[in-house]
Design a protein around this ligand. Structure first.
Ligand SMILES: Cc1ncc(COP(=O)(O)O)c(C=O)c1O
Length: 383
């Protein structure tokens, strides 16, 4: 097993050498003076933890998503973990989820004390609802769907199953702010909807942050306790708990970015539709299914490609930051060995991990850059 080290600085340096990047933060914060002025005001107020901008952010999210309550926390991972804790999930419980996700989804389940129980994905890369009932047991407590790449899962179906078996739903909507299915926002179908503010998310901050939404007064009250040491007041602790507060500084950045979120989302959608049109005719590229009545927000633009690894290296050699999200499904990770899954258990997720490639579609990508990317993909397959 490799020794853990901080690989991020090297990765950021390498990414910055590319011409068409996934990482667009320099452009995104070109108007940083406005934010810095607000942070300067914060420094003179010293309102660093759970300051008034955190309240503002939570109110903003409630009105944006039509939720009764929003709670700012330390990260998207914590939003998931604390949701599970608030629902009473613990040792011996099972949580049904997808093997095709980012590590954090599974980390939240496992650190809450529960066992992740996987079901395979469908042609939209999301968990296949038709497989959920096969794995429900008396230990199942929660269904945890992930709206991968900003495409909302079939939540109507998942809700019906959850209701039938008396299960809670925690949505991993970390990719999916403003995504909709049949008019309802991702994050608004479950008991909680969990979001990340990581710098590369559609709504992002200058470090880590997250939030969740819920309509349940009970869950809301539990979350307020869990994120802040279980304190009901300075000198009274109702339960020993965690420290996972959204920093006031990050709430300032998030409030600033919220004003741009509609535009960011529209650009991502337009850029992705452009790629869909340009790539649709290529035999070597397979687009995921794009269900009707859905607004996908394309946190990632992911397609399947023949000779995927070669294509990725080829595009990178021309300065195009093609990435793989992600090459190994969760059930085949070293961390999952104790759950006794094997290769072949989830054929679709395994195939997708071997064939997917992501292309940059953020709001600063130009049509010229997209055309260049498409030309290089065509050159690769023609060559
Ligand atoms: C699907 C998914 N879930 C959860 C998370 C966790 O979010 P965070 O990095 O804010 O902890 C991420 C983050 O990248 C993610 O992609």
């Amino acid at each position: 097993m490799a020794v853990a080290h901080n690989f991020l600085p090297d990765q950021y340096d390498r990414d910055l050498d590319l011409k068409i990047n996934h990482n667009y933060l320099l452009e995104q914060f070109s108007d940083k003076e406005e934010v810095l002025a607000k942070i300067s005001d914060l420094v003179s107020r010293c309102d660093f933890t759970l300051g008034r901008e955190v309240d503002d952010f939570e109110e903003n999210i409630c009105s944006l998503l039509g939720a009764k309550y929003a709670v700012g926390v330390g990260s998207g991972t914590d939003a998931l973990f604390l949701s599970l804790k608030a629902l009473g999930v613990g040792n011996g419980d099972e949580v049904i989820t997808t093997p095709y996700t980012f590590y954090a989804t599974i980390g939240a389940i496992v650190t809450a004390g529960a066992r992740p129980v996987f079901v395979d994905i469908g042609e939209d890369y999301n968990m296949d609802p038709e497989r959920i009932e096969d794995v429900v047991t008396e230990r199942t407590k929660v269904i945890l769907p992930v709206h991968w790449a900003g495409l909302p899962c079939d939540m109507q179906r998942i809700r019906t199953i959850a209701k039938k078996h008396n299960l809670n739903i925690v949505e991993d909507a970390c990719h999916a702010i403003l995504a909709r299915r049949h008019g309802t926002y991702a994050g608004r179908f479950g008991d909680t909807g969990c979001f990340s503010l990581h710098p590369l998310k559609n709504l992002n901050v200058w470090g880590d942050g997250g939030y969740l939404v819920t309509d349940s007064e009970d869950i809301y009250q539990r979350m307020l306790l869990l994120r802040n040491h279980g304190l009901v007041g300075r000198d009274e602790c109702a339960e020993f708990a965690y420290n996972s507060r959204l920093d006031t500084l990050q709430a300032i950045v998030a409030n600033h970015l919220l004003n741009k979120l509609e535009d960011i989302t529209e650009s991502r959608i337009a850029n992705s539709h452009y790629f869909d049109n340009q790539l649709a005719g290529l035999d070597e590229i397979t687009l995921p299914s794009r269900p009707k009545n859905v607004q996908q927000v394309y946190h990632l633009y992911v397609v399947q490609a023949q000779r995927r690894n070669e294509l990725k290296n080829y595009l990178q050699s021309f300065g195009i930051d093609a990435k793989i999200h992600y090459p190994v499904p969760m059930h085949l990770q070293p961390a999952a060995r104790k759950f006794n899954y094997s290769r072949g258990d989830f054929p679709m997720a395994e195939r997708i991990c071997q064939t997917v490639i992501s292309l940059p579609v953020h709001e600063f990508i130009t049509r010229e850059q997209q055309d260049y990317t498409v030309t290089k993909i065509k050159d690769f397959y023609a060559g």
